[in-house]
Design a protein around this ligand. Structure first.
Ligand SMILES: [Zn+2]
Length: 248
């Protein structure tokens, strides 16, 4: 529990005040995992061993104080709003406390896992929203959900991302939210049209992949103008992604 006060500091900074009068962890004799009861998070006793080996498990459960306990997903189909986001909070804490490089490594590691294993573990390419009940607690919801949260951050930019999340917790405190409501709220707050983003990343299975196909350089009066042609390849989906933002 060495860094517990840091978890509180980080998430209050990002999402606003912790909503309960106490923080509690309780050691329970199950084999692995944890459960995020508000003020009384149950942690497997084997994870409390005086090291930071299980720190990300602690961070994940504590992040449910916002994603899950303060604002709850409306249905099992919306579970990525709880679990995908609590999983991304592990990376956000890395960034806040350990720095940019450990954060990037963690995001990449997760992304690799999603691309190579999630469709095997969850028996097919799936969308994070509308997951069948047998995979409510599967890798699509946790790991691809993490990926989608990170992609959304890149799409709207840090300022919109964190400002909207803070308002989200203020506005929906102790309520439940559906994926559609989450999308509508973000669109209202950021004044961005996120329809295509949600269609591709939240409501569709698989992934778009972008690569540079070619350049066309033309000489103009002021210098040169370069047109960049980008190619989009698809994996696990038949629908192309629109309104993309790709950093070149
Ligand atoms: Zn969780």
């Amino acid at each position: 529990f060495k860094n517990l006060s840091k978890y509180l500091e980080a998430f209050e900074y990002m999402f606003g005040p912790y909503a309960w009068e106490r923080i509690g962890f309780v050691s329970v004799p199950f084999m692995g995992g944890a459960m995020e009861h508000a003020t009384n998070i149950a942690i497997s006793e084997s994870a409390i061993n005086g090291t930071l080996d299980f720190e990300m498990l602690f961070v994940h459960e504590f992040a449910h104080s916002w994603f899950g306990n303060l604002v709850t997903c409306r249905s099992a189909e919306d579970m990525w709003l709880n679990e995908g986001w609590a999983s991304y909070c592990e990376a956000l804490f890395k960034e806040y406390y350990y720095g940019k490089q450990p954060f990037k490594d963690y995001v990449r590691e997760n992304h690799k896992k999603v691309l190579s294993r999630t469709h095997i573990r969850d028996k097919g390419y799936r969308s994070v929203y509308g997951i069948p009940r047998e995979f409510t607690y599967g890798s699509t919801v946790y790991d691809k959900g993490f990926d989608v949260a990170h992609t959304l951050r890149g799409y709207v930019g840090d300022k919109h991302f964190f400002t909207s999340l803070k308002k989200y917790f203020k506005y929906f405190a102790f309520q439940d939210v559906s994926t559609k409501l989450f999308k509508d709220f973000l669109m209202m707050e950021t004044a961005l049209d996120l329809t295509d983003f949600f269609n591709t990343w939240v409501y569709s299975p698989g992934f778009p992949h972008f690569s540079i196909d070619s350049f066309l350089v033309t000489k103009t009066e002021k210098g040169f103008e370069t047109e960049v042609f980008v190619r989009q390849k698809l994996k696990g989906t038949d629908d192309y992604a629109y309104s993309n933002k790709v950093e070149v």
